[in-house]
Design a binder for this molecule. Structure first.
Ligand SMILES: *Cc1c(COP(=O)(O)O)cnc(C)c1O
Length: 461
């Protein structure tokens, strides 16, 4: 009975939060048009809802604080690959969210944001010796991917005995793939971590920990998008079971931290942010109670679920036409900002909201239209036969839920410029914008495309 009331209350809260997010979005789109954040010369921009991001980080914290005896036993990091923008990392860090990085570039972004090394976890599967040395030198947390990497760390620890780094080992629970193969990492043949069910692998992991008293963490990340919560929780259960086994063999709590990765799926069909971090935390506690009794620190690495819903790409409708009886809107939002949607539309559908030339929600009887991008190939469509009010040149389309893995991941097809990204917040004096990343200039495009080496192939060889 109580449970049902609580679920009802959470449901209502989710619906209310969604309505507020839509209201903020409408205000922001209108203000972006009126204030010239977008316009004829800036036909595409990314917008980030700072209020939404703050609420999401706080909801994440309270979700996990509710399932541990002491909030200090949870350390959240943000998977930088989801939104690799320094001001975003800074915003999250001020709300006590560290950074999960998987390359030298992501590590540089986290450090530029001022994230303390002790709150950065390095996870990439192909770390070079120089990258590992830099990580140890800085004191970031390192999760080794495999046995060969552990040997490299053995050597580097001897070289850098004063390193403040702590170390873990990534394992693959092999609990199964989800609906999207490319982002499933707990399949039988996934490239990440030590595959626990392979013959001899478990024994090898136990031996690796027995030989290395400084290995204190286990890490698993079962995948991103397309996995059911139960599958994610099962992966964590398997890893916790291994931690208990290692600790029993060691006769001491050698593994004191379990890094559960990220992977909470996002609903790309609705404004409602479900499943919630609270639902996932509750399910984890139910599935793996031993992880939440005070004997382990839990690290999380959420990406998509923290940011996706709080970003949109706003693009101008340049032309409209009909082709073979189909209505097509030619816009500035295409493959360059949503590469997954364009190449795998079935797995990565995106919602589109229509606004008029003044940035007001577009009215009118809906009809099916293709939303095409600016790139020169036929498949550059963000949506096919999408029911929307009839679009006209000068209107704006908002591509929703692109705050993670969206406009920040530019794909430079056709040398299309990287759009600017702006954070927004509504205050008493209206909506204010702050530049998160300036739009790329044509001079930058030329420079990045060998513009300084014009005669390299004609005169220099
Ligand atoms: C991508 C990734 C994450 C984040 O995944 P989301 O689905 O964005 O939450 C976390 N950890 C690792 C190791 C990853 O590769």
């Amino acid at each position: 009975m109580t449970e049902r009331t609580e679920t009802g209350a959470e449901d209502e809260a989710v619906t209310e939060a969604a309505a507020e997010a839509v209201a903020r979005r409408d205000l922001a789109v209108r203000a972006a048009v009126v204030q010239g954040i977008v316009g004829e010369r800036k036909p595409l921009a990314g917008l980030l809802d700072v209020t939404g991001i703050r609420r999401a980080t706080r909801a994440l914290q309270s979700a996990f604080a509710a399932v541990v005896p002491d909030p200090a036993l949870v350390q959240h990091t943000f998977a930088v690959k989801a939104t690799p923008l320094v001001p975003v990392l800074r915003l999250l860090y001020e709300d006590k969210i560290g950074a999960e990085v998987a390359s030298a570039g992501e590590l540089a972004l986290a450090r530029a944001a001022g994230v303390r090394p002790a709150q950065i976890v390095l996870d990439s599967p192909a770390k070079t010796v120089p990258e590992l040395r830099e990580a140890l030198d800085a004191g970031v947390m390192v999760n080794a991917d495999n046995a060969l990497e552990l040997e490299r760390i053995d050597a580097l620890r001897a070289e850098l005995p004063d390193s403040a780094s702590t170390f873990g080992l990534r394992v693959n629970p092999q609990t199964g793939t989800g609906t999207i193969a490319a982002t499933s990492t707990a399949g039988a043949t996934s490239k990440f971590g030590v595959p626990l069910r392979d013959e001899g692998a478990r024994e090898a992991v136990l031996a690796a920990f027995a030989q290395r008293p400084w290995l204190t963490r286990l890490h698993a990340h079962s995948g991103s998008q397309g996995l059911e919560l139960a599958a994610l929780a099962e992966g964590v259960r398997v890893v916790h079971e291994l931690a208990e086994e290692i600790n029993a063999a060691a006769g001491r709590p050698q593994v004191d931290t379990v890094d559960i990765g990220g992977g909470l799926p996002v609903d790309f069909t609705s404004d409602r942010a479900l499943p919630s971090h609270a639902q996932y935390a509750a399910l984890l506690k139910e599935t793996v109670p031993g992880l939440f009794e005070g004997r382990y620190t839990v690290i999380t690495e959420f990406g998509r679920s923290l940011l996706a819903k709080h970003g949109l790409a706003l693009a101008r409708v340049e032309y409209t036409k009909t082709s073979g009886g189909r209505s097509v809107a030619l816009t500035h939002a295409g493959v360059q900002i949503a590469v997954r949607t364009v190449y795998a539309p079935g797995s990565w559908p995106l919602r589109i909201a229509a606004y008029d030339a003044q940035g007001r929600p577009k009215e009118g009887e809906e009809r099916e239209q293709d939303i095409a991008g600016p790139a020169c190939f036929a498949g550059d469509l963000l949506a096919e036969r999408r029911a929307l009010p009839p679009l006209e040149p000068g209107d704006w389309v908002a591509v929703l839920d692109t705050g993670a893995y969206g406009f920040a991941h530019h794909y430079s097809y056709n040398s299309l410029t990287r759009p600017g990204v702006h954070g927004f917040a509504a205050g008493p004096e209206g909506v204010r914008f702050a530049t998160v990343r300036a739009a790329q200039t044509l001079a930058e495009i030329v420079a990045e495309s060998g513009g300084e080496h014009t005669r390299a192939l004609t005169d220099d060889l």
